[in-house]
Design a binder for this molecule. Structure first.
Ligand code: AMP
Ligand code: MG
Length: 423
């Protein structure tokens, strides 16, 4: 496997002190490799987990041709062309209770949605289209042979992959797996992610604040994001800005977790002693990323007791933590989990107000996306300082202002990334 150094040497335009977001992600994605472990779970327990092997359909779904509507099953060849024609009703077919006989010329069978098509029939005329009188069913012209029939295997075909490895199982997927009669699936094991906050000024909730102290909120946002991502979390608490304590926290994380996410301690001034320590623990690079908020970040792999963990050293500012997590760590952790799809769509929305922006860095402003006059429209959530967590809390989207983009005028279109989805 390539070392970080080798990957970086193959990355064109790499400048650790002014690294575009896309370049940082390129390095991260080339370096991380999915975890190997697999476990077998009951279908419901696999919701939200990543499929480890393709699911090959053992049957056709549906398993028989069946009716898509309530009506009358007939032979398509018998359908009247020009004049309404009477058919003889010879029986009925229900979902789960098929019509046993065969249907001959001029005959029809009353059929319900989901019922197996009786032998000889290939067409269903809906009940609203016919007139029924004492077992005589009159069908008008204008019907198409083969209409209102669901074909065997039209949903899923026997022997073909119904779901591919690498996808996170959503409610539709677990339903689809159940529709194949499969009760257990192979998924990747959960990712173990350790996290801690660094800073001498940090106080845990429940204590009183003294002058110059702040409550440690990053451990809550990080816990929330990691939990939502489906990780098994290891909370290593607050670690003081003390090289010995930091080193022991990193060693513990490297031994116990697949990845470690920290906040604080990577900004200029603090980075120096972390850099020295990292040199002994593994391979870690320190970046200044061309982005806002964010900028300083450490990335690499650390080792302890014969094991290793990927390291994401995020900045300390509460908004910067979340933004760097969403735009670097999220994709990397999903890749580690074995996910093959990690990108999120960007939508176009009209900017309600002007936005200041300098070319040469990517900005992630926090926005509120709303439908106005039939069009998606976005406004910024007030002050955008990287310490103002309220700007994230009020937002329902990021306004993503690309690296090269300049200032935005009111009425311009911008790209937004929605924060929430369906359940
Ligand atoms: P640092 O990156 O360590 O220089 O921290 C930058 C800013 O973020 C400082 O104002 C810190 O007080 C603040 N900060 C760092 N860690 C946390 C945390 N865990 N919770 C809340 N604020 C923090
Ligand atoms: Mg700090």
């Amino acid at each position: 496997m390539a070392t970080l150094k080798e990957i970086i040497s193959c990355t064109s335009g790499y400048d650790p002190d002014a690294l575009p977001v896309a370049k940082a992600n390129e390095v991260i994605r080339s370096f991380v490799r999915p975890v190997a472990g697999i476990e077998k779970l009951a279908v419901r327990a696999a919701l939200g987990r990543v499929l480890a092997k393709d699911i090959v359909s053992p049957i056709d779904v549906p398993s028989h041709d069946n009716s898509a509507m309530d009506g009358y099953a007939v032979r398509g060849a018998d359908l009247p062309r020009t004049e309404a024609t009477a058919f003889t009703e010879i029986g009925a077919a229900f979902a789960g209770k098929e019509f046993a006989g065969a249907v001959g010329p001029g005959q029809c069978v009353r059929i319900m949605t989901g019922a197996v098509m009786p032998a000889g029939t290939d067409t269903v005329v809906i009940q609203e289209a016919v007139t029924a009188e004492r077992g005589r069913i009159t069908i008008p012209p204008g019907q198409e042979p083969g209409q209102n029939r669901r074909l065997a295997g039209e949903d899923l075909q026997k022997g073909r992959p119904a779901l591919h490895a690498g996808r996170m199982l959503r409610p539709a997927d677990i339903g689809l797996i159940a529709s194949l009669g499969i009760g257990e699936v192979s998924v990747r094991r959960k990712l173990k992610v350790a996290f801690f906050s660094t800073g001498d000024e940090l106080v845990s909730v429940g204590r009183r604040l003294k002058a110059g102290e702040v409550y440690d909120s990053n451990r809550y946002t990080l816990w929330g994001m990691l939990t939502r991502l489906g990780c098994e979390v290891i909370d290593l608490g607050v670690v003081r800005d003390d090289p010995k304590k930091l080193e022991s926290a990193f060693r513990r994380a490297a031994a116990d977790a697949d990845a470690v996410v920290t906040s604080g301690g990577v900004s200029v001034g603090e980075a120096d002693f972390t850099k020295q320590m990292m040199a002994t623990l593994g391979e870690v690079v320190f970046w200044k990323i061309a982005m806002r908020p964010g900028r300083p970040m450490a990335f690499g792999r650390i080792r302890a007791r014969g094991r290793s963990a990927y390291l994401f050293g995020l900045p300390g500012n509460p908004v910067a933590v979340m933004v760097t997590f969403y735009h670097f760590v999220r994709g990397a952790l999903l890749t580690l989990m074995g996910r093959s799809d990690t990108d999120l769509p960007l939508l176009r929305a009209k900017a309600e107000t002007a936005m200041r922006k300098k070319p040469g860095r990517t900005e992630y402003q926090r926005g509120i996306l709303e439908l106005k006059n039939g069009e998606w429209s976005v406004r910024i959530t007030g002050a955008q300082g990287s310490g103002i967590l309220r700007s994230m809390s009020e937002a329902n989207c990021f306004v993503v202002l690309a690296h090269e983009q300049g200032a935005v005028k009111a009425g311009d279109y911008v790209e937004v990334m929605v924060m929430d989805g369906l359940v």
